[in-house]
Design a protein around this ligand. Structure first.
Ligand SMILES: Cc1cc2nc3c(=O)[nH]c(=O)nc-3n(C[C@H](O)[C@H](O)[C@H](O)COP(=O)(O)OP(=O)(O)OC[C@H]3O[C@@H](n4cnc5c(N)ncnc54)[C@H](O)[C@@H]3O)c2cc1C
Length: 406
């Protein structure tokens, strides 16, 4: 295809607007905007494969984009459990909006947890709170075949500045973001697995779209391939190695928040099924509709799926709040828990939507019905591919060969 240099279109946010000051207030505001804004625009976002501008603008308006920024830097300092609830609240209304929010939180977690204490990243995160900047990520790369823990591109230092070019296969909402967090080799001599994270701000880069994004689902994430050309100050290279930031932050935040948002999609599908069955029950008072049994079964599956991500979010928060606890995230046992969660959640979600489809029947199969589940189904199918489940399962299998239970 012909390459297009993107024009950016991020909207400014009024920093003087009163924003929720507690997580409870924020969750209420996010639930409300999910219903009144995200759900309303979800069909056109999906149909036109366009960025969910309305949702993101509403989320910025209530300060949701800085929920993951630590309190000392002006954010709400939300825990994993809290961020997961925010993502699932949005994804039930619009899967793409929920995914954008989750991916943004993942990038903030990496910056706050591994860049914290350096003047550049502290100031950057303070400014992000004010401006509600949106951060995208580029981990995938042409030639690494979906393996996020290797890079071909390398950051090149030249005095106080770096240059970094990358040919990414998939870059969600990169054309709509204020910054991108990029994985690359530490320098031109480093092996493929010796990676670092580099933050490139809008003023530091040019991106050129190289492929299209006409997908089955998650169409509003707008995730085609991009060529990145960037130059910026070396302070924007996140301290430490990506091996650590991946295990301690990128992977747990990705897998727990994704599991929560996929559950949100399943829960919304279940809600439609429940409404459909109750409507049937009202029509024939005194009898239990035939599909109520399936509904009870679906409710049970949904509960198990919810407990899976909630338990691991709680466990993450408990470990993380212990002095030195973050080291535990480097263990094989924790890595396996994350792998198991990602695979089971991404497999359970399409099954849950399928159950809802069976319960509702033809009205769920139709695209123009209030019970339609086409978008839920298609969005849910992306989970198994977002870092291939087979790739993750192969890593789990090799870990299990050497893991010693304690
Ligand atoms: C909605 C969505 C949004 C995304 N957003 C971003 C983003 O913002 N930034 C970004 O960098 N990336 C993003 N990605 C890319 C994503 O994270 C993966 O890197 C990409 O989808 C993997 O592509 P692949 O399936 O071709 O690669 P692969 O992982 O190479 O898989 C290709 C095939 O090989 C098989 N396979 C691979 N390894 C093994 C193995 N060990 N054993 C058995 N079979 C194996 C797989 O099962 C699959 O069939 C996004 C993807 C999706 C779906």
């Amino acid at each position: 295809m012909s390459e297009t240099v993107l024009q950016y279109s991020t909207s400014p946010v009024n920093p003087t607007t009163t924003r929720p000051a507690t997580f409870a207030e924020l969750l209420t505001a996010v639930r409300s905007l999910a219903k009144s804004v995200s759900a309303v625009h979800a069909p056109s976002v999906d149909k036109e494969a366009r960025f969910p501008h309305e949702s993101l603008q509403a989320l910025k308006g209530v300060g949701a984009l800085s929920a993951a920024v630590p309190r000392e830097l002006g954010g709400l300092g939300c825990s994993m459990r809290e961020l997961a609830q925010l993502c699932s609240a949005v994804s039930g209304a619009c899967g793409s909006s929920g995914m954008v929010l989750a991916m943004h939180y993942i990038q903030i977690a990496c910056l706050a947890r591994h860049g914290a204490g350096t003047p550049f990243f502290d100031n950057y995160l303070r400014d992000l709170v004010r401006h509600q900047w949106l951060i995208a990520s580029m981990t995938s790369e042409v030639g690494t075949f979906g393996e996020t823990r290797t890079s071909i591109c390398a950051v090149q230092r030249d005095g106080d500045f770096f240059t970094l070019d990358k040919d990414a296969t998939t870059g969600s909402y990169c054309g709509h973001a204020d910054a991108i967090l990029v994985t690359c080799r530490r320098d031109a001599e480093a092996p493929a697995s010796d990676q670092v994270l580099v933050l490139v701000r809008k003023q530091d880069y040019k991106i050129t779209q190289t492929t299209t994004w006409d997908t089955m689902g998650m169409r509003g994430t707008c995730s085609p391939g991009f060529k990145l050309e960037s130059r910026g100050p070396v302070e924007q290279i996140v301290p430490g190695s990506y091996a650590d930031s991946s295990a301690q932050s990128m992977v747990p935040y990705s897998h727990i928040l994704w599991a929560a948002l996929w559950w949100g999609i399943a829960a919304d599908a279940f809600g439609k099924a429940a409404a459909f069955v109750r409507q049937g029950a009202r029509k024939s008072a005194g009898t239990i509709p035939a599909n109520a049994g399936r509904l009870a079964e679906a409710s049970m599956e949904l509960q198990a799926q919810r407990h899976n991500w909630l338990t691991l979010a709680n466990e993450f928060d408990a470990i993380d709040s212990r002095p030195g606890g973050r080291q535990d995230f480097l263990s094989m046992g924790w890595a396996l828990k994350m792998n198991h969660l990602k695979i089971s959640a991404s497999e359970a979600t399409p099954k849950a939507v399928h159950s809802a489809l069976q319960i509702i029947g033809i009205l769920a199969y139709k695209n123009d019905s209030p019970y339609s589940l086409g978008r839920h189904y298609r969005d849910a199918l992306s989970g198994a591919l977002m870092i291939s489940n087979d790739r993750i399962a192969a890593k789990s299998a090799s870990m299990l060969m050497v893991l010693k239970d304690d």
